[in-house]
Design a protein around this ligand. Structure first.
Ligand SMILES: [Zn+2]
Length: 169
C-alpha cells in the first residue's frame, strides 16, 4: 500500500460517517454542537451528538485515520457525558496533522423529532466554526422516516455525513 503525500498529491479525499443514537425523554438535545429545544434527546456515553460523531468519522475516514470509536472508546470513563465539540477539536487537529483541511461537509439527519429545518442556519454555522470551513460549504438536511422502523417511531436518530478534504496548502 502506498500512502499519498499531501505535499505532492492534490487529489481530494472523501469520507463517510454514520451514527445512530437512541432518543429518550428528559435528556438535553445537543446536535451539531447546538442545543435544540424539546423534551427528547439522544442518549449515549458522551453527549450523544450524532451529527458531530458522524462528521468526525467522515473527516477521519477521508484522512485515512482511526475512527472516533477507536480514538475515544465509549468504555473510557473520561468520555462519559463528554462535550462532543472536544472530539471535533481533536479530529481537526489530526486532519491538519495529515496536511489536509475540510473543504466541504454535507449532513442528513433522520428523525421524527426534533425538527431540523428551523435550526439549519444555526447547525451550519456551528459546523462551519467547529471544522474551520466556510458556511457556504456546509449543509444540514432533516428527513423523517415516514413512520417506519425505530427512527420512524421516534425512538432513535441517525446522522449521515460526508466530508471532502483537500491539501491544506
Ligand atoms: Zn455517537
Amino acid at each position: 500500500m502506498t500512502t499519498a503525500d499531501p505535499a505532492t498529491d492534490d487529489t481530494p479525499r472523501i469520507g463517510l460517517g454514520i451514527d445512530v443514537h437512541r432518543l429518550e425523554r428528559g435528556l438535553r438535545c445537543v446536535l451539531g454542537g447546538v442545543e435544540l429545544p424539546g423534551d427528547l434527546g439522544p442518549s449515549g456515553h458522551s453527549d450523544g451528538d450524532a451529527i458531530l460523531h458522524a462528521v468526525c468519522d467522515a473527516c477521519l475516514g477521508a484522512a485515512g485515520l482511526d475512527d472516533l470509536g477507536t480514538l475515544f472508546p465509549d468504555k473510557d470513563a473520561r468520555n462519559r457525558g463528554r462535550d462532543s465539540r472536544e472530539f471535533c477539536t481533536e479530529t481537526l487537529s489530526r486532519v491538519r496533522g495529515a496536511g489536509l483541511r475540510v473543504a466541504g461537509l454535507d449532513v442528513v439527519v433522520e428523525c421524527e423529532r426534533p425538527k431540523i429545518a428551523p435550526h439549519r442556519a444555526a447547525l451550519r454555522a456551528s459546523l462551519a466554526s467547529l471544522f474551520a470551513v466556510e458556511i457556504a460549504r456546509v449543509n444540514v438536511k432533516g428527513k423523517t422516516a415516514e413512520g417506519l422502523d425505530a427512527i420512524g417511531r421516534g425512538e432513535a436518530l441517525r446522522a449521515t455525513a460526508i466530508a471532502l478534504l483537500v491539501p491544506a496548502r
